[in-house]
Design a protein around this ligand. Structure first.
Ligand code: ZN
Length: 428
């Protein structure tokens, strides 16, 4: 048995791992990596004929963005995922296609490929055993975003667990994956492939963080406006749920892709979702912004603006930034992980962003509140210790995070530890 890493290895983005068994080949996720000038597909993507099945962990584009490309080049195999992930992926891929066309990025696939992705999907229920060709598999709640799953594959007498993105702790939006720590089926895994986004980093206590965030929002809106950039799936809903804890003197505007996705989430099967009722209430209560005309009308108001994209790489947040960056009474409150070379990371590290191509030193307040949907260093290690794998593979993390986890694992565990780079393969 062999694993080949086409993406997401020593990086966050374009997650795509090939599992080669005797006679059959499978893929785990098929993402894209966003760059300033477009996106990058997994390494070797056009050279992968004869895939017999694709397993999707969750809907985020760094795990699903290449699906239409694969489809375009004749993937011709079933895509296994949860119903929530299928529906949310459809919304995200449609939007991504629209943006690519507007920006003349030549997405290299057509609208029909989006339909084919949807049609190729086979719905998988959580905690139910399935068989496909020479493997057995099961999906478990990963606690990351609605629909997110850890995928257990039994092949050639070996148990392989792919975590996708996960969080053990329960958040306002999601039931955490903590129960998996005691699941007898997940003991003594042969190969554990774990995400490493927060390797070497500890997240603050969630309740303290929520209170500090709400205090900051209250303080800012006394004199100015708060701009809250969010990821459309997961973070946007989490922020609505957190804001529901207090009453504010200014309106809350909810803009961008988050509007469609929240509506979609509310229409789906609520398995593993927390706070659905509160989310419905908040969705009704906030002022939804769907059109540019309305955006321009309200953006000079004093208010709380929740919008995409979460790393300031495009979307309506750019229009708000243009309007808000120069006033020290305003604040940009970042809410999650900022990838290397994004505006969000530049803002935190260097104090500037690129606005319409201009390097702009931001004068308003900037603060980051990491309401992550990922487990931190403690949670990753807790999962590894509970699963006690024979082979441990770190992926989906910046190199420094992965090397920090690798050093810990080599010192403290008996497992064989791997930190592959893109293009590497490992034989078991
Ligand atoms: Zn994710």
């Amino acid at each position: 048995m062999k694993l080949v890493f086409h993406g997401g290895a020593k990086e966050v983005g374009k997650s795509c791992i090939e599992l080669i068994t005797q006679g059959n080949r499978f893929l785990l996720d098929a993402g894209v990596k966003f760059k300033e000038d477009g996106f990058e597909a997994p390494f070797n993507i056009f050279n992968l004929p004869g895939i017999n099945g694709l397993f999707l962990s969750h809907a985020h584009l760094d795990h699903t963005g290449s699906l239409p490309l694969f489809e375009h080049y004749n993937l011709l195999c079933p895509i296994f995922t949860t119903e929530q992930t299928r529906e949310l992926t459809a919304v995200l891929l449609r939007d991504s296609y629209k943006i690519a066309r507007i920006k003349h990025l030549h997405p290299a696939y057509q609208k029909i490929d989006l339909k084919n992705v949807y049609r190729s999907t086979r719905i998988i229920e959580f905690n139910k055993a399935y068989k496909h060709m020479n493997i057995d598999f099961k999906f478990f709640n990963a606690g990351h975003v609605p629909g997110s799953a850890m995928i257990l594959i039994n092949a050639e007498g070996k148990k392989i667990l792919y975590t996708g993105d996960f969080k053990l702790a329960t958040t306002r939006l999601m039931k955490g994956a903590e129960q998996l720590l005691n699941d007898p089926e997940l003991k003594n895994i042969d190969v554990l492939i774990t995400e490493s986004t927060y390797g070497g980093k500890i997240l603050p206590d969630r309740n303290d963080l929520e209170e500090a965030f709400l205090d900051k929002v209250e303080e800012v809106v006394k004199k100015g406006s708060a701009l809250i950039p969010v990821f459309a799936l997961g973070r946007a809903q989490e922020i609505l749920l957190i804001l529901s804890k207090r009453k504010f003197s200014v309106p809350i505007y909810f803009d961008g892709m988050s509007v469609d996705l929240t509506k979609k989430i509310l229409s789906l099967d609520p398995t593993n979702i927390n706070g659905k009722k509160t989310l419905i209430d908040m969705y009704k209560k906030v002022d939804l912004v769907k059109k540019e005309k309305k955006r321009h009308k309200i953006m000079n108001n004093k208010g709380i603006f929740i919008t995409t994209s979460g790393m300031l790489q495009g979307g309506p947040v750019m229009a708000y930034l243009e309007n808000m960056w120069g006033n020290p009474n305003n604040a940009i409150l970042l809410t999650g992980f900022q990838c290397k070379r994004t505006n969000g990371r530049l803002l935190l590290d260097e104090g500037y962003i690129y606005l319409s191509g201009w390097k702009t030193y931001v004068k308003c307040q900037v603060q980051k509140f990491d309401f992550s949907g990922h487990g931190d260093d403690n949670e990753i290690k807790q999962l590894i210790k509970a699963l006690n794998p024979k082979n441990l593979v770190f992926n989906h993390g910046d190199e420094s995070s992965i090397l920090s986890l690798k050093a810990w694992a080599e010192k403290n565990l008996l497992a064989k530890v791997f930190a592959p780079s893109v293009g590497d393969s490992i034989e078991f």
